[in-house]
Design a protein around this ligand. Structure first.
Ligand SMILES: [Zn+2]
Length: 127
């Protein structure tokens, strides 16, 4: 069981969700379902990766991690993660919360290709 699965299991026991029955009974198959936005940024994404924003010297996102968390919870997310560009600094500010898991949007390239691609990586763990 990985770190995300452990957090979901704890939530199923009522440790992390305001209303675990609402989130864990929505699937017709009876499997647990949870709501989480799997692609969002915070102020830790200091350098915009999109050409237009970068050309105008605008950041990728102007919302601090704590505000990202609070907004996600107000919008009904059961879990929160932040996928900043090439850093986990933002989500680490929240990592001690029971309903947060660490993720990142990595920039990488296919061998021989000039065009970068972004890969979302979820459930990062130092162990
Ligand atoms: Zn992104």
């Amino acid at each position: 069981m990985n770190k995300i699965e452990k957090k979901i299991a704890r939530s199923a026991n009522g440790a992390g969700l305001e209303d675990p029955q609402r989130s864990l009974t929505g699937s017709p198959s009876g499997e647990a379902t949870v709501k989480v936005d799997l692609h969002c940024h915070s102020t830790a994404s200091e350098v915009a990766k999109l050409g237009v924003q970068r050309a105008l010297a605008l950041p990728e996102c102007a919302t601090p991690p704590r505000e990202v968390y609070e907004l996600a919870k107000r919008r009904g997310m059961d879990f929160v993660t932040i996928t900043d560009h090439d850093t986990i600094a933002g989500v680490l500010e929240l990592a001690d919360l029971p309903d947060v898991f660490v993720s990142e949007e990595l920039t990488t390239w296919f061998r021989g290709e000039h065009q970068a691609v972004h890969v979302l990586c979820f459930g990062l763990d130092s162990g």
